[in-house]
Each structure stands twice: as C-alpha cells, then as structure tokens.
Write a protein that binds this ligand. Structure first.
Ligand code: ARG
Length: 321
C-alpha cells in the first residue's frame, strides 16, 4: 500500500510487523572512483579533482568505523569504467521478510493479502533484493555486480523494476524503518514513484512516499537518516510539509540538522547501523551535539573526496542481513 499524506494513515509504527535490523555491511573499493561526469549538483566543478590516494585512506576509515561498531563488512571490487560504483547504496534494495511470513503479511495495514511475487518465489528464502534501474546511463551497468553478489548470498532477486525500465536507485531513495516492515520511498530526482507501485505489488509492504525538490538533496539519504525505531535525523527544508509530517508521525523524535551541515557537510548522509553509533562526515558540530543529547554516539570520519561526487558515509555502503 502506498501512502502520500497523513490523512490516509490510520496506523502507527508499532502496528507494522517486526523485522530484525541488518547486521552486515557491503562496501565497494574506491579503486576506480573519480568524478568523470556531472549527474548531481554537487559534482559540478569537480571533474578530475579526486585524489585517489586520499580517497582510499578515507574509505578505509569508513570501513574501520563500521567494523568498530560490530558490523561484518564484505567488499566488492570497484570495476574499471564505473567511477560511481563505490556508492553501493544505490544499485539495490535488500529486503528481509518479516518472521513467519511467506508471503509477507502485515497486521494493520495493509490487509494480510497474499503477494503475487512472494508466491511465485520458489525458494521461500527470507531474503530478497530489488535490483535498481539507475537513472543515469553512466551507472546502469553497475547493477549486475550487485545482482551477482546477492544471488551468491542466497537472496531471491527481484528484477521487475529494472525490466520495466523505471528509474529506481535502491537504498539511496528507499529506506526501511529500523526494525519494521515499513518502507520510505524518496522520489523527485532519481527514482520514479512508479517503481514503488511495482515494489508494493512484489512485497505487499506499506510504503510512505516522500517528495524531494531541492537539487542538493537529490536522494532521500541526503536529507534523512533513520537512527532507531523512535529516532530519525533529517533536514526539514528538503521536504514538503506533508512529507515532514509523515516522518513526524512514524518517528517519535525527528532530530533536525542545521541547513549548512545538511547542505555542505552531508550531515544526514550518515549511518546508524547498531542503533547507537552514528557514523557521519566530520565537522557537523551542531548535529553531533543534538545526537548526543538524544543518547547517540557520533563517530566522525572524513569523506571529503566522496562529497565531491555528491555522497558521504551512507552512500558508501549497503546494509543487508
Ligand atoms: N555521483 C553519485 C551519483 O550521482 C553519487 C551517489 C551518492 N549516493 C547516494 N546514495 N546519495 O549517483
């Protein structure tokens, strides 16, 4: 079921089925990372400006930060000719079905209807992965690398969005509510909202659509970071008021980032994999202070080279089960 505004919502976060949090992290080596074209506002003026040695040091630091928070990190080698492949949040949406449901069913809402795609899946695996259809031609052929990775992890691969040729950029725009069978779907720049209709038909999952229209915040992950079941970090200015109201309905507390930290320092492009440590670009002093005030521990890293391409910590990894 797709939701666009609060008036249609008659359920709380707690009414959504429980799903365990992902415990694994996937990263792609920055061996061939560069800014070679401009497909987002942050890349303008940065062509050819990446220092690969510095990028490698920064990437190692991000990887170490994930390992220090207890996550197991797997690595795919970045392939030649794909300078953006290091941003591995984008090529897929890993899915963990709620326990005991195959096909998935939600309590309230949606009604516990059977899901056609789930039925057609023969393996009955608890893990699925929705493959992306990258908006930019330059990135389209990154996807098969991730298809192979997840197929090798015993994930059932859902290719329907890609086959329908509808733009969808994976976890860059689609984000799970921590611990719940509830998906946020960003759209406006990269992902076509029609992709969420297909995902809903496949998974029978409540999807809350969030519209983006500021070019600096071209992916949902540039302005929203889910922290735990009750908390999210967000830059309100990137959302329409009805979108922000939706976030405030589903999260008890939305911690706001100041505009400068969100726009210039990618403060929301953070990751809180364990529900406590928030790994984010260094220098977002006020965001860090607010995170601490709510009991989170900020872990600051330098992703300066990657920010030249429009991405920071969140984009540099994929979370999966
Ligand atoms: N240069 C990449 C692009 O424009 C950056 C992607 C960053 N990823 C993200 N999830 N925000 O596609």
């Amino acid at each position: 079921m797709i939701y666009r505004d609060l008036s249609a919502i008659d359920f709380s976060t707690e009414a959504c089925l429980g799903v365990p949090r992902p415990e694994r992290v996937l990263m792609t080596t920055p061996t061939h990372f560069d800014v070679e074209y401009v497909i987002n506002a942050h890349m303008a003026g940065n062509i050819g400006s990446v220092d690969r040695d510095v990028a490698r040091i920064q990437w190692d630091e991000v990887r170490a930060a994930f390992e220090q928070t207890g996550m197991e990190v797997s690595v795919i080698d970045g392939a030649e000719g794909f300078p953006d492949m290091v941003f591995c949040a984008n090529q897929s949406l890993p899915v963990r079905l709620p326990a005991g449901t195959s096909p998935p069913a939600a309590q309230s809402p949606p009604a516990a209807q059977s899901s056609p795609a789930a039925q057609s899946s023969s393996s009955g695996a608890a893990h699925r992965v929705v493959l992306s259809r990258m908006y930019a031609l330059q990135r389209r052929l990154e996807v098969p690398y991730f298809q192979r990775f997840f197929a090798g992890q015993d994930y059932d691969v859902i290719e329907d969005v890609a086959i329908a040729d509808i733009a969808f950029e994976g976890m860059g725009d689609a984000m799970w509510h921590p611990g719940r069978w509830l998906l946020y779907g960003g759209y406006g720049f990269r992902t076509n909202p029609a992709a969420y209709d297909i995902i809903d038909r496949q998974l029978d999952v409540p999807i809350v659509l969030l519209y983006l229209d500021d070019p600096d915040f071209y992916h949902l992950d540039t302005c929203l970071c889910v922290l735990d079941e009750d908390h999210a970090l967000a830059f309100p200015g990137a959302f329409e008021s009805c979108g922000y109201d939706l976030l405030k309905h589903f999260f008890k507390v939305v911690i706001e980032t100041p505009e400068h930290e969100a726009r210039e320092l990618f403060a929301c492009n953070a990751t809180c994999a364990d529900g406590k440590h928030v790994i984010l670009q260094k220098g977002s002093t006020e965001t860090c202070r607010r995170l601490r005030e709510h009991g989170f521990t900020p872990v600051e890293v330098d992703t300066g080279e990657f920010m030249k391409s429009g991405g920071s910590v969140y984009c540099m990894k994929q979370l999966y089960w």
